[in-house]
Design a protein around this ligand. Sequence first.
Ligand code: FAD
Ligand code: NAI
Length: 465
Amino acid sequence: MSDSTEFDLIVIGAGPGGYVCAIRAAQLGLRVACVEKRDTLGGTCLNVGCIPSKALLQSSENFLETTHAWKDHGIVVQGVSLDLARMQARKGEVVGANVKGVEFLFKKNKVTWLKGEGRITAPGQVSVAGTAYAAKHIVIATGSESMPLPGVAVDEKTIVTSTGALELDKVPGHLVVIGGGVIGLELGSVWRRLGAEVTVVEFLDRLIPGNDGEVAKQFERVLAKQGMKFKLSTKVTAATQTETGVSLTVESVKDGKTATLDADIVLLAIGRRAFTDGLGLAEIGVKLDGRGRVETDGHFATNIPGIYAIGDVIAGPMLAHKAEDEGVALAERLAGQAGHVNYDVIPGVVYTAPEVASVGQTEEQLKAAGIAYKVGKFPFTANGRARAMAQTDGFVKVLADAKSDRILGAHILGPDAGTLIAELAMAMEFGASSEDVARICHAHPSLSEAVKEAALAVEGRALHI
Ligand code: FAD
Ligand code: NAI
């Protein structure tokens, strides 16, 4: 071992969990290396997840607005056409700038990038591309991968995961999405806006499970208005490649009836699973849970001293900001500080149009837990700014404890919901009541007034409805 092979901390995986953990630990004075086998840093999120999907969501929304929305505003646009190659190239540029940004941050913070696949050979020992490295602490941040479905063989050309769906070089005639979750609805929206017929096949009788049921219902109606088709309570049992695309066999979960559904492209998006292949965890005895995730205690420690895990590879929502916050909290703990993540206040956003955003508990969860709560709701149809923007679909819903009035959850379907939810997340983090939010002066006319009005509505005193 030499100076260049010995570290205080080696993080395996440079996604939002791993790279943020590495940077924070380096800021706190630890000697840090981060192992990444991909050619670029940033993990799933920056390379094939959050960032490229948001680039295409923005471009496709711009396209749809230009072709459909401006007439109402008195703007006549003619001769609009789609240059998909340029749209995809721009997405590549956005990704490129982000991943290079992480490389710059590594250099700035003196984090060493160990290029290649990392394998833990023993506690305190990591091997990368034939070289042995030693570290006091090892963090597993190897993320997740798309969940396979028996009978549906992914080739990333006609049957694709999100990775292939971000790379299509032609708008499919008919895109069938398996799974009415976040990936299915975001990427389904991209290709719908660009002209594809989109059918979503969902096993359950609702979309975006885990989100508030009332929000999900209205969201389904809004997406249906945009032309998306849904086959709920339906499962795909087989996929056969044909000359022109794919023939899917679908079965009703309710009555077992089968039918066929022909698609040009099939997007498989039924969830993601923890990725631990090649790490050598079984050999050194790191425990996994029943779903293949690395088991950790409340402080990210595995059962093997000196080995920790964060992000998608452990339990909890598979979200970039959850992974990041875990990375920061763990780095701070390793540096002797008291890092902490509040799992009760992790917002989630679906970046469709309108957006869906939530934080805290849903009505379904509160009912199941037997917690008495009050509801305050306010629709965007009654918000002046939303009317001016012609984006009035959706509402804000605030759930507050029946006795203490403390906010327990908030759910928004509407324009810029992902930004609006931050106020309610902050309120919850500070233990605020609905009364506290209702008494904050909100600028007029702004979408945020809908948040204030929903908070007022908890006590039945909304002013504009
Ligand atoms: P990852 O980002 O998966 O990074 C793990 C890294 O580890 C990878 O780069 C991998 O190459 C590397 N690795 C694995 N094994 C090894 C090894 N043995 N040696 C070296 N390197 C290894 N989340 C949001 O919050 N907002 C969004 O808008 C959003 N959009 C998404 C869109 C899509 C299409 C997808 C697929 C996901 C999206 N997510 C989003 C989820 C988000 O990407 C993940 O929650 C996040 O990336 C998890 O971060 P992580 O650091 O745990 O793992
Ligand atoms: P998901 O868990 O959001 O949705 C999967 C859907 O597939 C569920 O509705 C489920 O009921 C359904 N399903 C499961 N098995 C099925 C089957 N056999 N047939 C039909 N439907 C089936 O998972 P998704 O969309 O794949 O996303 C994976 C992860 O990536 C999510 O956990 C999410 O947190 C993260 N992500 C986050 C984004 C964001 O924050 N904006 C964007 C994209 C992904």
